[in-house]
Ligand binder design. Structure first.
Ligand code: MN
Length: 287
């Protein structure tokens, strides 16, 4: 079967958003232009060395029906939930949290000289797993394999497989790929992505062309941009004069109805009402 390059479908400029108790973010999924990229519900990029942009953090709040994925480039976030879990997510670490039937937690960025930078992605859960028990996969930077190419390209594999190396986050319903990719100037990167899976690249440093083997004349995408990829079975990214760094994320779409209310994402409005009733009655988190 002939391999099929994934072309650019849409380019999204992230929108400035103030979230939590006053955290400045760049949001590219869960925006007016892109409400939902099945199974991805939200993508936030935070990057600041001004404490006023992030120190207020995300005080106690609930989640149900989704997974939240925090990947840090710089700085540190402390988290704590009402089930008794707590810890910190530092530079290069990832926390893949499956909220399932519900967690109530806080996520508090720490003021550090280097400031803060990172991402939060929300991944939808299929109907059959929305009420699964909560689960954390806390992965330290040193546990994330980094593949190095002779041309200087570096790929951190958080989940999914690159050249036979499997990332440490496993057993995720969407069967996702989540990579942090650096490509030096004049080098390229090629990665298979399962056909039919939703895929995007989030360019956060530098610029590159997202064009296939037979089309090297594609336009240059500069940071910060979300590049939604069309279907196909591989992606090729070519850096020209400038290096590029981007997240490459893919996952199996659910094709299920969604009912969304802030941090809760269910399939029906009745399930949202039920969730709000449980919150009012104090029965939301039951373990
Ligand atoms: Mn949260």
């Amino acid at each position: 079967m002939k391999s099929l390059h994934r072309k650019i479908e849409t380019i999204i400029e992230p929108e400035p958003v103030v979230e939590g108790a006053g955290v400045r973010l760049k949001r590219s999924i869960a925006t007016r232009r892109l409400n939902y990229l099945d199974p991805f519900l939200l993508l936030d990029h935070f990057a600041s060395d001004n404490p006023r942009d992030y120190e207020a953090g995300f005080p106690l709040h609930p989640h149900r029906g989704i997974e939240t994925v925090t990947y840090m480039l710089k700085g540190e976030v402390h988290h704590r939930d009402t089930l008794g879990n707590s810890g910190s997510i530092g530079a290069g670490d990832v926390q893949w949290m499956t909220a399932g039937r519900g967690i109530m937690h806080e996520e508090m960025p720490q003021v550090r000289p280097e400031g803060i930078a990172g991402f939060q992605l929300w991944v939808n859960l299929p109907a059959k797993l929305k009420m699964t028990p909560p689960r954390y996969q806390d992965i330290r930077a040193r546990e994330i394999p980094e593949i190095k190419h002779d041309d200087g390209a570096r790929i951190r594999v958080i989940t999914g497989t690159v050249e036979g190396t499997r990332g440490p986050v496993t057993e995720i319903a969407a069967n996702p790929i989540y990579l942090d990719v650096f490509v030096p100037a004049h080098a390229f990167f090629r990665q298979p992505i399962e056909q039919g899976h939703t895929a995007f690249a989030y360019v956060f440093e530098g610029e590159a062309k997202f064009a296939g083997d037979d089309k090297e004349d594609g336009s240059i995408i500069s940071h910060p941009r979300l590049v939604v990829l069309g279907d196909g079975d591989y992606l090729k990214v070519t850096a020209s004069e400038t290096p590029v760094r981007f997240l490459l994320v893919s996952g199996k779409p659910l094709h299920e109805p969604i009912a969304r209310y802030g941090p809760f994402v269910m399939n029906t409005q009745e399930e949202i009402k039920q969730t709000l009733r449980e919150l009012r009655m104090g029965t939301f988190v039951t373990t």
